[in-house]
Design a protein around this ligand. Structure first.
Ligand code: ATP
Length: 321
């Protein structure tokens, strides 16, 4: 391949810029032409392309968000939208595309590959919910941001003998909640993968620790549990007698400077993705498995399942009392 494109799609994640930089620099260094696609699959449909060079990606390795912007494109999921994107690729001579995003974006990449535009997916999502990957770009930064935010909440929670209930992101997955909960010493961690009972998993645990003179508490709740936080907060306050407050961390979790791990892994994965395309290999997903960068067939990757680490979950519950 001589001409490729790179796009970011779905929810933005810190480290996406480091991946874009690695794709552009690897392509340029290997004599390829590389286009940046603006606003994900919408940009592909509309031919919103910018030719990139070594300097177009200067000073972005640290930055959160994505210089290419991101989008969720309903049109791309239609046959007409897909055809428009393919026509644009042919018009601009684009022979392969690096898609940085989550599993929804990979479904789009699979469909494009099936229609003759080879794509390579790079996992960029804070949720770490891509089955074939131990880790996704942005997850580490997000975890550290949550930890920092909850540490601040803890200061005030401790000063006022309060219970602080903190909702963290993770629409379908509890990886962020579980690991942040451990790192923040949460008394209870509620995640969608493990059935929970508020009485047993929150109230009883708090009462047990109250007997050992504990007076302030952190409860971490994954967004995907669909819990009514106001109701939960009231219930905790009524049943334990501890003044309770809830905080939804929200979009603060998405932004910020990427951590070392996210920058290094994004760089390795972006580089790996271009090497695949250079060898005319498409329809692949780049993945991290035990610190190694590997690749899978997209179809196979999308059919994999990933479960929560129950040993880790049990450690959390044994230690945070
Ligand atoms: P995140 O996990 O961070 O939300 P994501 O990549 O899973 O990221 P989605 O909104 O699910 O985010 O998908 C991004 C885009 O990928 C969609 O807006 C759509 O254009 C495309 N896409 C998603 N699913 C499909 C599909 N089944 N077929 C074709 N394209 C799809």
């Amino acid at each position: 391949m001589k001409t490729i494109a790179v796009l970011t799609s779905g929810g933005d994640a810190p480290g996406m810029n480091a991946a874009v930089r690695a794709v552009v620099r690897t392509a340029c260094e290997n004599g390829m032409k590389v286009y940046g696609v603006i606003r994900g699959y919408n940009g592909l449909i509309n031919g919103d392309f910018v030719e990139m060079d070594l300097r177009s990606v200067s000073d972005i390795i640290n930055r959160g968000g994505t210089i290419l912007y991101s989008a969720r494109s309903a049109e791309f999921a239609t046959e007409e939208g897909m055809q428009k994107a393919i026509d644009q690729c042919h018009k601009w001579g684009i022979e392969g595309v690096v898609v940085i995003g989550g599993d929804g974006s990979f479904r789009g990449a699979r469909d494009l590959s099936e229609r003759g535009i080879p794509c390579v997916g790079v996992p960029g999502t804070i949720d770490n919910d891509i089955a074939c990957c131990d880790y996704t770009i942005g997850y580490d930064t997000c975890l550290n941001t949550i930890m920092d935010m909850v540490d601040r909440i803890r200061d005030t929670s401790e000063s006022h003998d309060r219970c602080s209930i903190v909702e963290v992101m993770g629409r379908r997955a509890g990886y962020l909640a579980l690991n942040a909960g451990i790192a923040c010493g949460a008394t209870s961690i509620l995640i969608p993968e493990v059935p929970f009972d508020i009485e047993k998993h929150v109230i009883e645990r708090m009462k047990k620790t109250q007997k050992t003179d504990k007076k302030h508490f952190i409860i971490i709740v994954a967004e995907g549990c669909g819990i009514d936080l106001e109701k939960l907060t009231k219930e905790i306050q009524e049943k334990t007698g501890v003044e309770s407050r809830y905080t939804i961390l929200g979009h603060v979790q998405r932004g910020g400077y990427a951590t070392v791990k996210d920058r290094v892994m994004a760089t390795r994965m972006g580089n790996y993705a271009v090497k695949l395309l250079m060898n005319n290999i498409g329809n692949r997903v780049v993945a991290a498995q035990k610190e190694e960068v590997v690749d899978y067939d997209i179809f196979e990757a999308l059919n994999m399942t990933k479960s929560i680490d129950m040993d880790l979950y049990n450690v959390a519950h044994e230690v945070s009392i």
